[in-house]
Design a protein around this ligand. Structure first.
Ligand code: PRP
Ligand code: URA
Length: 210
């Protein structure tokens, strides 16, 4: 399923993505844009959530309405850069619980190294949205989703902003059940396993650490 990601080509998302990619965009604006794109992606990614008939009283009388039903939601950002997407998602789904998984890519091997994990106790009962702006080799996403599955979760979505073909392939091999949402599918990885053209180092640009 993941080899064919859902690519959000909505004009607002693509417009904001253009500024996110721009190397002259500063930390404050970059952080705001990542959050805004995440909110817009969330709006699209949740369009299939089930609804149930309800009823309220308007000032004019009874009104049939529809409200969300079904499983509760959790969002799990992959630290650090995934944190930049959390606020945007919570602006749309304020009752979602938030877990955290800490992974960094080793500079030499480019393989993910785990340093933190804290997930909601009832994650097995929730629809889970894993957040990370970048899907490069796919190593971080694959390991994070494996960790979440080990806690019993079975309904998992992966939301990124830019994906590389290599990462999509790795993710679909390891977790074919996970649906992937992105704003762009880029060309390739460079020799340092950065996405080209990409946006550079997402964590450094969000937190101003370079
Ligand atoms: C970045 C990014 C992803 C990972 C993607 O994190 O936010 O987590 O790299 O690369 P992959 O698909 O090849 O695993 P990084 O390791 O730079 O850590 P940081 O967010 O703490 O800067
Ligand atoms: N991590 C990033 O932040 N950017 C990339 O292009 C690849 C991995």
């Amino acid at each position: 399923m993941s080899v064919n990601p859902v690519i959000f080509d909505h004009p607002l998302i693509q417009h904001k993505l253009s500024f996110v990619r721009d190397k002259t965009t500063g930390t404050k604006e970059f952080r705001e844009l990542i959050s805004e794109i995440a909110a817009l992606m969330c709006f699209e990614a949740t369009r299939d959530l089930p609804l149930v008939e309800s009823q309220v009283e308007t000032p004019m009388g009874p009104c049939k309405t529809r409200v969300l039903c079904g499983r509760k939601l959790a969002v799990v950002p992959i630290l650090r850069a995934g944190l930049g997407m959390v606020e945007g998602i919570l602006s749309m789904i304020p009752l979602a619980k938030v877990g955290h998984i800490g992974l960094y890519r080793d500079h030499d091997t480019h393989l993910p190294v785990e340093y933190y994990s804290k997930l909601p106790a009832d994650i097995n009962e929730r629809d889970v949205f894993v957040l990370d702006p970048m899907l490069a080799t796919g190593g971080s996403a694959v390991d994070a989703i494996t960790m979440i599955k080990q806690k019993g979760a079975s309904s998992i979505h992966f939301m990124c902003i830019i994906a590389a073909p290599e990462g999509l392939e790795a993710l679909s091999q390891a977790h074919p059940d996970v649906r992937v949402y992105c704003a762009a599918l880029d060309e390739c990885l460079n020799e340092n396993k950065y996405i080209v053209p990409g946006l550079g180092d997402a964590g450094d640009r969000i937190f101003g650490t370079r």
